[in-house]
Design a binder for this molecule. Structure first.
Ligand code: AP5
Ligand code: MG
Length: 208
């Protein structure tokens, strides 16, 4: 099963992917996580990408396409979280992967802004928390490995505004792009997380 999780920043793509991937043996491939790892490790890609990410802009297509193409070699069961994000990326993806389904997550703007501004992540294992909605057992500490949680550089108010605009201009056109191919389904995320997870599982038709 080859899936794309599509939707605006902060809607919960990563959170839902983490809750269904192991059960169904899917690998979550988050371009955001991959890029952030490169930033931390100060690779050439990380250095090139950092400025775009901090400002809430998209990293240039050619850089992102290269890492995804490399990553997908020999893989058949995955969730692409945060890729593609432009029509160019979607057209390139077609050349090296056959996607079965696109899940398009939707929510009200207020929900998205609340989720982004309260998000905290573990810089070591990438587990995603929210200070109120999905808090860790011990405030500020990752449940899994005890690492101190951080706020993403791009979760500051100015970057959030920019990212939502970038989504409208560059990523939202993908909804129509995949709709035309009859492989897109919508999942409303203005609901409690367990319900969203169940609805996602139902629409992708995975057996429970
Ligand atoms: P990326 O890391 O992909 O960020 P994004 O798409 O902006 O999405 P987010 O990770 O912010 O949100 P999400 O939908 O995963 O939500 P989450 O599960 O964390 O990309 C970052 C940057 O990298 C981009 O801006 C760009 O610069 C670059 N980049 C990445 N891919 C690229 C590409 N393909 N092309 C070019 N550039 C690229 O949840 C959010 C919060 O809500 C969390 O706190 C969570 O705990 C909480 N939450 C989730 N679900 C619920 C719920 N149901 N109820 C209550 N709270 C919830
Ligand atoms: Mg994410």
């Amino acid at each position: 099963m080859r899936l794309i999780f599509l939707g605006p920043p902060g809607i919960g793509k990563g959170t839902v992917a983490d809750r269904i991937k192991d059960k169904y043996n899917l690998t979550k491939i988050s371009t955001g996580d991959l890029l952030r790892e490169n930033v931390v490790n100060k690779t050439k890609l990380g250095i090139d990408a950092q400025e775009y990410m901090n400002q809430g802009k998209l990293v240039p297509d050619e850089l992102v396409i290269k890492i995804v193409e490399e990553k997908l070699k020999g893989m058949n069961n995955y969730i692409l979280d945060g890729f593609p994000r432009t029509i160019v990326q979607a057209q390139e993806l077609k050349k090296f992967a056959k996607i079965d389904q696109v899940i398009n997550f939707t929510a009200k703007d207020e929900t998205i802004i609340d989720r982004l501004s309260g998000r905290r992540i573990c810089p070591k294992c990438n587990t995603i928390y929210h200070i109120r909605n999905i808090p860790p057992k011990k405030p500020g500490i990752c449940d899994k490995d005890g690492t101190k949680l951080i706020q993403r550089e791009d979760d500051k108010p100015e970057s959030i505004k920019k990212r939502l605009k970038v989504y409208q201009n560059q990523t939202k056109p993908l909804v129509a792009f995949y709709n035309k191919k009859n492989i897109l389904v919508n999942v409303d995320t203005d609901k409690p997380l367990p319900e969203i997870v169940d609805n996602t599982i139902n629409v992708i038709g995975l057996k429970r």
